[in-house]
Design a binder for this molecule. Structure first.
Ligand code: NI
Length: 209
C-alpha cells in the first residue's frame, strides 16, 4: 500500500497536532497525537569510524541494504524512512513487537557491513584497510564509530513526520542535490512515487493524523 496522494503527488501525511483536553490546574501545553503501535518509533543515526566516508561505494551500500533487510527479518520492525550519506546513516523505524532491543537491531545492521567491508578490503585493497585502523590492539579496525550512535525515541505523529522529512533533506542540506528525490540512497523517492526500491518502505503502518 502506498502513501496518500494529492493532485497526483504522493505526500507525507500532513503535519497536524491537536491539544488534548486539559486537566484542571494543568498548565496549558499542546500534546501531540500518539499513534497506537506496539513499539515507539526510533530515529537512529550511526556514523562511520572518525566520520570517514566509507559509504560512497555501491558495494558497501549494498552490504548495508542487505544487512538492513536481514535485520528486519530477524528483529521485525517497520522501516519508514532512511538515508545513506557518505559517512553516516539515518533510519526511521518502528519495532513491531512490544519487546525489542534497539541495540540488537543496530548490531544486526552494523556488524555484517563492517565484517564484509573488511573482508573485501583484505582481499582486494589491503591499503584501504588502514583508514579503519584504530591503532589499538583490542579492536584493530573499525568500520563504524564506536558507541550506539544516536537514538531518538518518538511517539508523537508530528515529530515522526518531521523526522522523515529531515532524513530526506540530509543530502540537500549538504549541497549534494537540490531535490531530496535526486539522492538515490534515501527513501525520498519512495515517498514521492509510492513505490519502493531495494529497501521496502512500510507505508501502511506510517502513522497518520
Ligand atoms: Ni545527517
Amino acid at each position: 500500500m502506498g502513501p496518500a496522494k494529492a493532485n497526483g503527488w504522493v505526500v507525507l501525511p500532513s503535519l497536524k497536532c491537536y491539544s488534548e483536553s486539559m486537566e484542571i490546574g494543568e498548565t496549558h501545553r499542546k500534546k501531540c497525537r500518539r499513534y497506537n503501535l506496539p513499539g515507539n518509533a526510533h530515529e537512529l543515526t550511526f556514523s562511520c569510524f572518525r566520520g570517514r566516508p566509507f559509504l560512497t561505494k555501491d558495494r558497501t551500500r549494498r552490504f548495508l541494504v542487505e544487512a538492513i533487510l536481514e535485520a528486519k527479518r530477524k528483529h521485525s520492525f517497520d522501516l519508514w524512512a532512511h538515508v545513506v550519506m557518505p559517512e553516516h546513516v539515518h533510519m526511521l523505524l518502528c519495532p513491531r513487537e512490544e519487546s525489542y532491543s534497539i541495540a540488537a537491531i543496530l548490531r544486526a545492521i552494523k556488524q555484517p557491513v563492517a565484517r564484509r567491508a573488511m573482508i573485501y578490503l583484505r582481499e582486494h585493497n589491503p591499503s584501504g584497510l588502514s583508514w579503519m585502523a584504530t591503532g589499538r590492539s583490542s579492536v584493530a579496525y573499525r568500520f563504524w564509530q564506536a558507541g550506539g550512535g544516536y537514538d531518538r525515541n518518538m511517539t508523537c505523529v508530528e515529530t515522526i513526520v518531521k523526522a522523515a522529512r529531515y532524513i530526506h533533506e540530509n543530502p540537500v542540506r549538504r549541497g549534494l542535490v537540490v531535490d531530496p528525490c535526486e539522492w538515490a540512497y534515501s527513501s525520498a523517492q519512495d515517498w514521492e512515487t509510492g513505490t519502493s526500491g531495494l529497501l521496502p518502505i512500510d507505508f501502511d503502518t506510517f502513522p497518520t493524523t
